[in-house]
Design a protein around this ligand. Structure first.
Ligand code: MN
Length: 439
């Protein structure tokens, strides 16, 4: 686990005034990395770091050579249209850069006059996925989600016997991972309507979201070399928000025996900002299992995991509809949960993924699986919130939903809060559902 250092000091203030506002996602203690350019421009995308309501342009900072040593080396890796090389350089490189940026953005820094012209408002920026994602794997790490979904698909046998032992995942599709702010057409797929004699090809009628945490892999491991649990976190660059959009009717028909395929690979939305594990250090929590539950196999268990393997990231999904936007009604929260309730930790997921020698590459994306809490109201998908579509939700403006309608926009948010530390946030991962296009 990364120890606390001067960058976590709750007393730090920035000369970027908006970064000091209470409740802001991007105070000086956060410093998440992303890839951006001015909105509507033809500028090249390059690395940036979020501070308050602005982006510090790391591409423009690099030629000014403000830092020395490892921070200077790491900064050169940020002047590129993807951050795979920064991620590959490992936590010491990104940590050195974080320390240097923390000093440069601090109130009273002698660099203020040189850096102030390099701030671009986030509202005037557009983003890309922070890395070129070579591979995407999505886990199933919330036992509350697995149990609730299992009950809908198999009422008499909700949790399969492997669940408590194996960090279950499916190999997803990297090509359809998109940054927040976009839209996608309601997908078509093969589905079997209830009572029908044969399946049909149709636009999904049960389109859903999944509230997840994403992990960007940093340093790679060599093919054939598993990553031991104690080293797993040194292979994770940072975390983001992730929506694993799902077509439940397609999924129900296709998922046996090999798991999800076209039900999930048409779109995945991630937040633009990647919060480093170092920034998350104050928010680590014990990883626990309820009394009576079996401990995992030895390769997935150690004292460090039990002490601080979890991360208390508060997660929230919200919805706004065409009508709500037209009437100026704010997006409505659907549920809240915490990543601290996950059955598996980020380190356990990396170690299990590589235990057979599978190699992870810089910029690979791992999803946590839908993060549902123990209470039914903390469910991270509509499938759970509406009991498989049987119990519609009534929204604040009187509209009803079982699954998503055309024009609906789902907004995921996440943040960490633990006094006396300064609250940090992930921004948002949002996208809008468009009408289906006939294939
Ligand atoms: Mn998922």
């Amino acid at each position: 686990m990364i120890p606390l250092n001067a960058t976590h000091d709750p007393a730090l203030r920035s000369w970027v005034e908006s970064a000091n506002l209470p409740g802001h996602d991007f105070p000086l203690q956060n410093l998440p990395f992303g890839v951006f350019r001015r909105a509507g421009s033809t500028e090249p995308f390059r690395g940036g770091v979020a501070i308050g309501d602005s982006v510090l342009d790391l591409g423009a900072l690099q030629p000014l050579a403000p830092f020395g040593g490892r921070a200077a080396e790491a900064l050169t890796l940020c002047a590129q249209p993807v951050l795979n090389e920064l991620m590959a350089a490992g936590p010491e490189a990104s940590g050195s850069l974080r320390m240097a940026l923390s000093g440069a953005l601090r109130s009273g820094s002698p660099l203020e006059a040189r850096l102030r012209p390099l701030l671009i408002p986030q509202s005037a920026s557009e983003y890309r996925v922070a890395a070129r994602v070579g591979d995407f794997t999505d886990f199933y790490a919330s036992i509350h989600h697995a149990t609730a979904v299992g009950r809908l698909f198999r009422p008499d046998n909700p949790l399969l016997p492997n669940y408590k032992w194996v960090p279950i995942a499916y190999h997803g599709r990297a090509s359809s991972v998109r940054v927040s702010g976009g839209s996608f057409a309601r997908p078509h797929g093969q589905l079997m309507p209830p009572g029908a004699a044969r399946p049909e090809l149709a636009a999904t009628r049960r389109l859903d979201y999944e509230l997840e945490v994403g992990m960007f892999i940093g340093a790679s491991n060599t093919l054939g070399s598993p990553v031991p649990l104690a080293e797993a976190e040194s292979h994770i660059f940072g975390l983001c928000l992730l929506n694993d959009w799902s077509a439940r009717d397609v999924q129900a028909w296709e998922y046996q025996p090999l798991g999800p395929f076209l039900a999930k690979n048409f779109a995945t939305t991630v937040s633009p900002w990647v919060v480093t594990l170092e920034a998350l250090a104050p928010f680590r929590v014990p990883w626990t299992r309820p009394a009576g539950e079996p401990p995992p196999l030895a390769y997935l268990d150690d004292a460090a995991q039990r002490r601080t393997g979890g991360i208390d990231i508060r997660l929230e999904a919200a919805l706004d509809t065409v009508r709500m936007r037209a009437q100026g009604i704010a997006a409505q929260r659907l549920s809240q949960s915490s990543f601290g309730d996950s059955w598996w930790t980020i380190a356990q997921m990396v170690t299990h993924h590589t235990v057979n020698g599978c190699n992870l590459e810089p910029g690979d994306l791992l999803g946590s699986g839908t993060q549902s809490g123990p209470a039914p109201s903390a469910a991270g998908s509509l499938l759970e919130l509406t009991a498989g579509g049987r119990e519609p939700l009534t929204l604040g403006d009187g509209e009803r939903r079982t699954f998503l309608e055309d024009g609906d926009r789902v907004i995921l948010r996440g943040w960490c809060e633990r006094p006396p530390y300064v609250r940090i946030g992930f921004g948002e991962a949002a996208a809008t559902v468009l009408p289906a296009v006939r294939p």
